[in-house]
Write a protein that binds this ligand. Structure first.
Ligand SMILES: C[S@@+](CC[C@H](N)C(=O)[O-])C[C@H]1O[C@@H](n2cnc3c(N)ncnc32)[C@H](O)[C@@H]1O
Length: 246
């Protein structure tokens, strides 16, 4: 694939990575290296030009390096796993609320048939939309700028649900109603006391409950001295999964 004007390019220099759009004013300078629009235009993906390997960004790169964030986001390390645990596929309709910066929705929409997404704040609703539009994502998402509690929804309408709000408790009755029997729901919560509260709230109405967290420990890429990096992201959130029981 040949890089053309307007493409997003991931430039990799060792363990450093930069996501840029190939516009006429494109230029990247890192220490003694500099690469400009004319150096990259027309080059084949995978080539190393002036010390930078030219790649197309993956969804993870887009979320981590390309999305504007004004909320906490669900990191791909969590959302990639959540998407499969919710058993999403092209025949499935997912409910999601709080959309925030749109990071988790961008992952779920890749696997789901439709995502019905709710964001209460207008500024975050606009932010999520602009993040998606910039990277041509989420065409199968019906995003509404409203409180999920006020949404008029049929009972048993959704195949799965994902909840990322500060306090999910007030929404659990409605989530239960709009899910199909046996359907999975997931929620991400930063503290253990929130998990305990949610466990108490869903007792009797959901089954097959799991709580976990996901840590990634990256390694220094040196075959002679292969060992973990000195610092890591030690905690993002606890993830709770459960299925609607009747
Ligand atoms: C942590 S952010 C979500 C981040 C998002 N999942 C992401 O990956 O970018 C939580 C969001 O929930 C929204 N929110 C809170 N209560 C809501 C409700 N009742 N209905 C819809 N959105 C709500 C907040 O405005 C906020 O944007």
């Amino acid at each position: 694939m040949i890089l053309k004007e307007g493409d997003f390019v991931l430039l990799v220099d060792g363990e450093k990575r930069y996501l840029k759009r190939l516009t006429r004013d494109f230029s990247l300078s890192v220490k003694d290296k500099q690469v400009k629009f004319q150096d990259v235009l027309g080059q084949e993906v995978g080539k190393v030009i002036k010390g930078f390997c030219l790649l197309l960004p993956t969804l993870e790169d887009i979320i981590l390096l390309g999305f504007k964030r004004k909320t906490q986001i669900v990191y791909p390390k969590d959302s990639f796993y959540i998407a499969f645990k919710l058993n999403l596929s092209k025949e499935k309709r997912l409910l999601e609320f709080g959309v925030g910066s749109g990071a988790s929705t961008a992952v779920f929409s890749q696997l789901a048939g439709e995502v019905w997404a709710y964001e209460i704040r207008e500024d975050f609703y606009k932010l999520a939309k602009s993040n998606w539009e910039k990277f041509n994502l989420c065409q199968n998402v019906k995003l509404q700028n409203m409180d999920f509690l006020t949404a008029q929804l049929e009972e048993g309408f959704f195949d799965a649900a994902f909840i990322d709000v500060k306090d999910p408790l007030p929404y659990m009755d409605k989530v239960w109603k709009v899910l199909k029997p046996g359907a999975p729901m997931g929620s991400i919560l930063p503290t253990t006391n929130q998990v305990s509260d949610l466990l108490r709230a869903i007792e009797g109405s959901f089954c097959d409950i799991e709580v976990l967290e996901i840590s990634h420990r990256y390694y220094k890429i040196n075959p002679e001295r292969l060992r973990p990096q000195d610092t890591m992201v030690a905690h993002t959130g606890y993830i709770l999964f459960a299925r609607k029981r009747i």
